[in-house]
Design a protein around this ligand. Structure first.
Ligand SMILES: [Fe+2]
Length: 295
């Protein structure tokens, strides 16, 4: 296995590895897992992807999420990101699928709004536009390490509220349905996720974050905005240009990402599997102290 660095201090391509190798071989899984902990974003090229292969690979890293209500693929282990309607044609720009793609173009980490947040996401390209539609990543670990010590200490001991309806509300009122709101009440997480393998902290925020526990709303929003800017400072991102056969895996504890636009008439179909974080991934220390005591 060859590790080729791709981004500014994070993200790497793994060469000489197939998804099926990782699924079938403990030693190869251990190597890929170590690279995941270290590089945060892993790119696998020229994969012969099927849903079953993607899921078998994903399961190695932990329990796969079941797709939430209101998303394509609900009830399965797959999130289908598509702009192709039931009639086989690309949907118009005001269609719910298209609006969801716009929400996906806000900086975020997957599933921070869920009761169990995500360790990792695995995304495979099935149909890609001729240009555009890239996925852009930043390292919130490197962003944390760029902060001054006082702010690091402050946010290590602060907790932010995350709400799916908040991020969707930035795109269109009512984009989160009453059913989704009921299924996904706001949740609260520590603002720094410490990786238990290497001890390195990362800012844990997303477009879903809207308030800081114990802070006035305006001051909390200001802190969140400041940290989001720090995470997404110019020149710190890795932009992945999708090719057919690409699979990208990322660490939701230590990165944020956003989709980039593409010509609206072109079809794009991506399939995501998402792995829930567990105690071994540092989940318990993310909960506010009151919840740690209660659970
Ligand atoms: Fe995402």
């Amino acid at each position: 296995m060859q590790i080729i660095p791709l981004g500014p201090g994070f993200a790497a391509e793994l060469r000489g590895v197939k998804l099926t190798d990782v699924a079938d071989n403990d030693g190869i899984y251990a190597e890929v897992r170590a690279a995941f902990e270290e590089h945060s974003v892993l790119v696998f090229r020229d994969q012969d992807v099927t849903d079953d292969r993607q899921l078998a690979f994903s399961r190695r890293f932990g329990p796969p999420e079941v797709t939430k209500v209101g998303s394509l693929g609900t009830g399965s282990h797959f999130v289908i990101l598509s702009t192709i309607g039931p009639d086989g044609k690309v949907v118009p720009p005001d269609h719910r699928y298209a609006l969801r793609n716009r929400a996906n173009q806000l900086w975020h980490t997957d599933s921070s709004f869920k009761r169990t947040p995500a360790l990792a996401s695995i995304l495979s390209a099935r149909t890609i536009p001729a240009r555009g539609g890239e996925t852009e990543y930043v390292s919130t670990r490197l962003a944390f390490e760029r902060l001054d010590a006082a702010l690091q200490k402050q946010i290590e001991n602060s907790f932010a509220w995350h709400d799916y309806a908040h991020s969707r509300g930035q795109i269109a009122e009512g984009l989160a349905t009453p059913e989704e709101r009921a299924a996904l009440p706001p949740v609260c997480w520590r603002m720094v996720w410490k990786n238990p393998v290497n001890g390195r902290g990362a800012i844990y925020l997303a477009s879903h974050a809207y308030a800081v526990e114990g802070m006035e709303p305006a001051a909390g929003k200001e802190l969140i905005d400041h940290l989001m800017s720090a995470c997404t400072a110019p020149g710190t991102s890795y932009v992945h240009q999708w090719k057919s056969g690409d699979v990208v895996m990322w660490d939701n504890r230590a990165t944020m990402h956003r989709g980039r636009p593409w010509p609206a008439h072109e079809a794009r179909l991506m399939v995501r599997t998402t792995i829930s974080a567990t105690a071994a991934d540092g989940l318990e220390s993310m909960r506010p102290p009151t919840q740690q005591a209660a659970e």
